[in-house]
Design a protein. Structure first.
Length: 311
């Protein structure tokens, strides 16, 4: 599985793009590769992995909505044996994940990972998109935003006509942008802004009731348990379909444990599966700096040592 993962991801761009729906030849290439490399069938279920402490989740991104890439990622990482695939709370994205999972299971009789959707109770860095008007970009700009974007979500081209020196077109490809923020500080003309949003609780509840979602991750600041409770109440009885409810929160200092205990008391009466605390250190830490890993580990150590922590 590791060899397959390496071979499938380090190839030049677009060489091993597996469009499951439209490109049977590429899918056959994946089958041939897997047959040659060999992928073991996993017997351990995601809940067993969770209890043993070796549970692994693929994070596609709470705002990343490129269904082709998500389908491809889901295929590869299902074969690699992840226990969970975390994606945006969008019906088309969830369908893409499930298509990738089923394509992988058609290649190898491997167990199905849990499908998790990510939502938020308030403004959160994971739930934003960059935006700018490309018509405002000077033609002589070196386009650092385009170069620094890790998702290839910014595309600027110059088009010319007989009566015009040139004008820019393109901009942010919304479905690819996951709000990392790298483009914002590098724009030499301060043209880039962000649009933030909160996932609708009722729409999320309907998505869960489709019965192809196994888990949910709730992103919260941990500072306002009132809005957390509003989101939880908005999900209603849909939570009974879930095998796992994860809560993602940053370290807020002395009030962290009391906030966690309050949130757990809100969830507990309607919890039917596992509860997982996901300790961010700081939100969107993967795109902010090397020290973020140390912060996350320090946060985990701190809570592991606390005797009054919630379950």
């Amino acid at each position: 599985a590791l060899n397959f993962y390496i071979n499938a991801t380090i190839s030049p761009p677009n060489q091993v793009k597996v469009n499951i729906k439209n490109n049977n030849k590429c899918l056959q290439n994946v089958k041939s590769l897997v047959t040659a490399v060999g992928v073991p069938s996993l017997a351990t279920s995601p809940d067993e992995s969770l209890q043993k402490g070796n549970w692994v989740k693929l994070i596609c991104g709470a705002s990343f909505e490129d269904v082709v890439d998500i389908r491809n990622l889901s295929l590869v990482y299902t074969l690699a044996g992840v226990d969970c695939i975390d994606c945006a709370a969008d019906a088309s994205v969830v369908s893409a994940v499930n298509q990738g999972v089923e394509a992988a299971r058609a290649i190898v009789p491997i167990r199905r990972p849990w499908i998790m959707i990510s939502v938020n109770d308030d403004e959160d860095l994971h739930f934003r998109k960059a935006e700018f008007d490309p018509e405002d970009c000077p033609l002589d700009c070196s386009r650092p935003c385009e170069k620094v974007c890790p998702a290839d979500a910014i595309l600027l081209e110059e088009k010319k006509s007989a009566d015009m020196l040139g004008e820019s077109k393109g901009g942010v490809i919304t479905e690819r942008c996951y709000g990392c923020g790298r483009c914002f500080p590098v724009c030499p003309y301060d043209k880039i802004s962000f649009v933030t949003y909160v996932r609708d609780a009722n729409a999320t509840a309907e998505l869960i009731r489709r019965n192809d979602v196994d888990a949910i991750e709730i992103h919260t600041s941990g500072r306002q348990t009132t809005i957390f409770e509003e989101l939880w109440d908005g999900l209603g009885d849909s939570v009974r379909y879930l095998r796992l409810v994860a809560v993602s929160l940053p370290n807020i200092g002395e009030t962290t444990i009391s906030s966690m205990k309050k949130m757990y008391s809100i969830m507990e009466p309607r919890l039917h599966g596992f509860n997982l605390w996901q300790l961010d250190g700081r939100p969107m830490s993967g795109d902010i700096g090397r020290g973020a890993t140390r912060e996350a580990i320090a946060f985990a150590v701190q809570l592991a040592a606390a005797k009054d922590r919630p379950p």
